[in-house]
Design a protein around this ligand. Structure first.
Ligand SMILES: [Zn+2]
Length: 124
């Protein structure tokens, strides 16, 4: 038996993106700018300095990731920390405070507050 906390998406950034993409894009990537969901018309950008999960829509020519239009948008925190925070908050009966998120994830207070706020908002 293996602990849920050993799941790769809690530790590996690429696996974290794959996990979120599989849930938000069950039928393949969808362009948040123009709604294009033709997999042939969406490419994966794979330069050395390219951010993980970056795609490009060949219809509207705009780049995007799975974070656009979600609670993860405009966050610089790694996706794996987001998944850890969501797991903590969903598995805790009494909720998780900003301070506790900060201590457990080892992120800054501002980041912890931002994540907690967004996740609570998403759970409403
Ligand atoms: Zn597009």
């Amino acid at each position: 038996m293996s602990s849920i906390l050993n799941a790769p998406y809690f530790h590996d950034e690429a696996a974290a993106y794959e996990y979120v993409e599989a849930h938000l894009w069950p039928n393949g990537p969808v362009c948040p700018h123009c709604g294009n969901c033709d997999s042939v018309r969406i490419g994966r950008l794979t330069g050395k300095s390219t951010r993980i999960g970056l795609r490009k829509c060949y219809d509207c020519r705009k780049p995007f990731t799975v974070k656009v239009g979600t609670i993860f948008e405009d966050s610089h925190a790694p996706m794996r920390y987001w998944l850890q925070a969501i797991y903590l908050m969903c598995s805790s009966k009494k909720g998780v405070s900003t301070r506790q998120l900060q201590r457990t994830l080892g992120v800054g207070l501002k980041t912890a507050w931002f994540m907690g706020h967004r996740i609570r908002h998403a759970m409403v």
